[in-house]
Design a protein around this ligand. Structure first.
Ligand SMILES: *[C@@H]1O[C@H](CO)[C@@H](O)[C@H](O)[C@H]1NC(C)=O
Ligand SMILES: *[C@@H]1O[C@H](CO)[C@@H](O)[C@H](O)[C@H]1NC(C)=O
Ligand SMILES: *[C@@H]1O[C@H](CO)[C@@H](O)[C@H](O)[C@H]1NC(C)=O
Length: 481
């Protein structure tokens, strides 16, 4: 789960990479197992290391509790730090050198949304004209940049820190660490240098000192495991294991379920509506779109991993014949051709979301935005508080918008994907799809400025701001006596 290659790379290095994957995976699992055994009793607490307080309160999902004030800022205001450029802008100007196998520059254009897909063949054939301007070639790791831009113009932002309830630290940690993840000559110190410098800058700020960081938050555009290298070494940077970040909330595309300071937030998809009208038009469009396939799957089987589950699913898909649409993502096809993935999901009633190199994948959100019902095989992928601010999964709520299939039963041949999905009555499928479509606004990052989507419709950023303001207020008891 620590090794996340959501990335294409040139085929000639694939073999080397595969060996690396296996080695890293092996090492990672061994370390995880040791840690698990070592710390098994007492059971791991969800509290942040430094917080000796009741941890359940910070996990309470903030959305839709009680009346919300119409401005959406009833909980207070957010201050956005003006960081030295080395922590954000300078990283963007290195976009050519951030990933080893392709330039991120086009994907980070347009304030992080990527280049518009307008006129590109795939999507224009399935989108109404008025929606073409809402689609971009967004990178799944562009979260930090996207959130920074939105928060700078957010209606709940204040430029006066004395009036702020929560403080956003726009450090592009994923870009800073990501650029050293693959470089053969990069050292652990390279992967941590920017993070150490950021923390020393942050700890000198008066508002940080006032709260010891409890009302501060960060965005992490890579999964949490890229920042959790342990003292034994291994994969990634060690930002999130540094004591200096312990009290800061991090919005991250895949969280550590044991760490209450990690909050899961959707991966960016290519859909960035400009206003509520775009969103409603999209919801109508996908609700009525013909879905000839029962299910669809986009993934790259890892031949280097014995018994790789994605290979099992591709076989299920082949066995289902015309009922299934598959897309093989080898050689980065799904990253370069996101519109084909979107088209595939729009034509299917369900889409399969196994774990990949880690528990989560961007595809979950591509699937739901397309109005298809996601099918999960691991609870950690989207239940178990992975995205509890966004995807309700308490008390069986997950059954309203998703299907769970036990991977062991599938492997044992006790059931087939087609069998399970075809047995769900059509009326029930329609109900689930309606629920998914209803959830879409909160899963996307609007291209809008100050007012977001408007008309009281909240996108992923508004949900984050509301929740963070509430959380910052709750955390006050950790630092105010
Ligand atoms: C790693 O190698 C590349 C190219 O060979 C070089 O540009 C870069 O500066 C090196 N990085 C470090 C940290 O030595
Ligand atoms: C985190 O909070 C605790 C309790 O408020 C405090 O003692 C500690 O110094 C803080 N850590 C950092 C790095 O600010
Ligand atoms: C598969 O079905 C058999 C027979 O009902 C059962 O004994 C077995 O436990 C099942 N396997 C799994 C993995 O659930």
């Amino acid at each position: 789960m620590a090794v996340m290659m959501h990335r294409p790379e040139p085929p000639n290095s694939a073999a080397r990479r595969s060996r690396l994957v296996v080695n890293l995976l092996g090492a990672f699992f061994a370390i995880q197992l040791l840690l698990f055994i070592a710390f098994r009793s007492p059971p791991p607490t969800r509290a942040a290391p430094a917080a000796a307080t009741d941890s359940s309160a910070v996990l309470v999902p903030p959305p839709s509790r009680g009346a919300e004030d119409p401005s959406g800022c009833g909980g207070g205001r957010v201050y956005v730090y003006d960081l030295p450029a080395v922590f954000n802008e300078d990283l963007l100007s290195l976009c050519d050198a951030l990933a080893p196998w392709y330039s991120l520059c086009p994907y980070l254009a347009n304030d992080g949304l990527g280049f518009p897909v307008e006129g590109s063949t795939g999507l224009s054939s399935i989108l109404p004209d008025e929606l073409l301007g809402s689609w971009y070639s967004s990178d799944q790791f562009a979260l930090e940049h996207i959130l920074h831009r939105r928060l700078l113009s957010h209606r709940c932002r204040t430029t006066d820190p004395a009036r702020a309830t929560a403080f956003f630290v726009p450090f592009y940690a994923g870009l800073a660490v990501g650029r050293h993840l693959w470089a053969a000559n990069a050292t652990d110190a390279d992967r941590d240098r920017d993070c150490v410098a950021l923390l020393s800058w942050l700890h000198a700020q008066p508002y940080y000192k006032r709260s010891s960081g409890w009302d501060h938050f960060l965005a992490l555009g890579r999964i949490t495991w890229d920042f959790r290298r342990g003292p034994e070494g291994g994969w990634g940077g060690s930002f999130l294991t540094m004591p200096g970040v312990a009290n800061v909330t991090r919005f991250v595309i895949e969280r550590d379920l044991e760490d209450a300071m990690d909050v899961g937030i959707p991966y960016p998809t290519g859909f960035h509506p400009r206003a509520a009208a775009d969103m409603r038009a999209w919801q109508r469009h996908v609700s009525g779109f013909p879905r000839p396939k029962l299910f669809a799957f986009a993934g790259e089987p890892r031949s280097a991993i014995k018994g790789d589950f994605r290979a099992v699913l591709l076989k299920e898909c082949q066995a289902a014949g015309a009922a299934c649409g598959a897309m093989d993502c080898a050689e980065g096809k799904c990253v370069k051709k996101t519109e084909l993935v979107q088209q595939l999901f729009m034509g299917a009633r369900f889409c399969l979301q196994p774990r990949g190199d880690s528990y989560t994948r961007r595809s979950i959100f591509d699937c739901m935005v397309a109005g298809a019902v996601p099918v999960f095989f691991w609870r950690q992928t989207a239940y178990s508080s992975q995205y509890d601010w966004y995807l309700p999964a308490d008390d069986g709520q997950e059954r309203e918008w998703s299907v769970f299939i036990d991977p062991h039963e599938l492997r044992a041949g006790n059931l087939t994907v087609r069998g399970v999905l075809a047995a769900i009555p059509e009326a029930r499928v329609r109900q689930m799809r309606e629920r998914v479509v209803e959830m879409v606004p909160r899963l996307v990052y609007a291209a809008a400025d100050k007012d977001g989507l408007g008309s009281g419709m909240k996108d992923a950023v508004d949900v984050m701001v509301d929740g963070m303001l509430r959380r910052a207020a709750e955390q006050r008891r950790n630092w105010r006596t």
